[in-house]
Design a protein around this ligand. Structure first.
Ligand code: PHB
Length: 385
């Protein structure tokens, strides 16, 4: 008969060679499902290029659908993944409130969480086990405000969704634009549920601003706003629009058509990024059957998020040791499909280039063509603290 100690050792040895589960929470149904699908594409592309095991530890991604902003459901799904499914890592969440709801579970559950989209600066401050491979609104908006000033804009109006990332975007724009000598004449915050943007377009018109800065979560609202901006004649009247790339994601460009040509935005990733790493990413995406005309920031965040998870599994030899895991990727740097990146050891957020892009024609389709690089941008929201 086995001694009790030998049985424990055997069991832990077996656990070592076992499958390591990673829970991924994102919008797989509903109006934001394209972005959850992008999470899946990015993770599958990483596995396609790097295999499905690390040091003999097989890695299994377990997906859970969270279609909208629903903190209670986010918490329940994360809890279930940790307790019932036994995941060693969590990843995902498209929306900020969902990430914030998961944060309090991590230390108790001994689980690192790699944020794959949610972009409010403060998220990483909620737990030492949170890492982020996406972006923050501050990171992408500071360059947008600088571009507006350089374009000669003097009076701006901001319009944002009334929740975390919208407030961050508004504050980042106003602070940077006014430091540059401009004046923000009005700040509009609108409900996340807004679907009719025509009244907003009218208010922008009446404000006397020469430029509008706007942020909504990428998906139905961003396309709705862009259509109202164009349809209400703001573009024709010379009211400039500057935004982060959330308003001009690749899947929306065909729906906007030629009227969007030349529109500027600042962002950390364009599917058109010209580099060997991005070309290899596209090849891996094609190999897994992804629609490469619909590849967005969510796919590259998931690709790099998977890289961090593989590194953490390697560093811990598959053991559930979240502090060792997180410490192992602090300060890590590599060349992502988006360009050079690193994990800031203080904030655990990704430092990356932000590009000024313009919508351009590419054969039958449209791309965000990168025109200029703001190098190695930190999360300005945490950097200024
Ligand atoms: C967020 O909720 O943090 C969020 C969602 C979609 C975006 C940007 C930020 O495009």
């Amino acid at each position: 008969m086995l001694s009790a100690l030998a049985a424990v050792l055997l069991a832990s040895g077996a656990a070592n060679a076992d499958t390591i589960k990673v829970g991924v929470i994102g919008p797989l149904s509903g109006s934001y499902s394209l972005y959850g699908q992008n999470f899946q594409w990015g993770i599958q592309a990483y596995a396609e290029a790097n295999g499905t095991s690390v040091d003999g530890h097989e890695i299994e991604f377990v997906y859970r659908d969270l279609p909208g902003v629903d903190p209670a459901k986010a918490r329940a799904l994360a809890q279930e993944l940790i307790v019932r499914d036994g995941v060693q890592y969590l990843a995902g969440t498209y929306f900020t409130p969902n990430a914030l709801a998961i944060a309090p579970l991590l230390e108790q559950g001994n689980v690192p969480f790699v944020v794959l989209n949610a972009a409010t600066s403060s998220i990483v401050e909620q737990s030492p086990y949170i890492l982020r491979t996406s972006f923050t609104m501050w990171q992408n908006t500071v360059p947008a405000a600088k571009v507006a000033v350089e374009n000669g804009s003097k009076k701006s109006i901001t319009v944002v969704s009334d929740y975390g990332p919208g407030i961050d975007a508004e504050t980042a724009f106003k602070t940077t634009y006014e430091e540059g000598g401009g004046e923000v004449v009005d700040t509009l915050r609108i409900p996340l549920s807004t679907t009719d943007f025509n009244p907003i377009a009218q208010r922008i018109k009446q404000s006397g601003a020469d430029t509008v800065f706007a942020f909504f979560p990428a998906g139905a609202p961003t396309l709705g706003f862009m259509k109202a901006y164009i349809g209400n004649g703001l573009k024709d009247d010379g009211v400039g629009l500057i935004s982060t790339g959330d308003l001009l994601t690749e899947p929306d460009l065909p729906a906007l058509g030629d009227v969007a040509l030349g529109m500027q935005s600042t962002y950390h990733y364009s599917a058109d990024h010209d580099s060997p790493e991005n070309a290899a990413f596209m090849t891996a995406l094609e190999a897994i059957g992804a629609d490469t005309s619909k590849v967005t920031m969510a796919a590259v965040a998931a690709f790099d998020g998977a890289k961090l998870i593989y590194e953490m599994i390697d560093a811990t030899d598959g053991e559930q040791d979240p502090q060792t895991a997180v410490d192992a990727v602090k300060g890590m740097s590599w060349t992502s499909p988006r360009g050079p990146v690193s994990i800031d050891p203080e904030t655990r957020h990704i430092t990356q280039n932000v590009y000024l892009r313009e919508v351009a024609k590419d054969g039958d389709g449209y791309v965000n063509k990168e025109m200029r690089t703001f190098e190695a941008q930190p999360d300005w929201g945490l950097a200024q603290k």
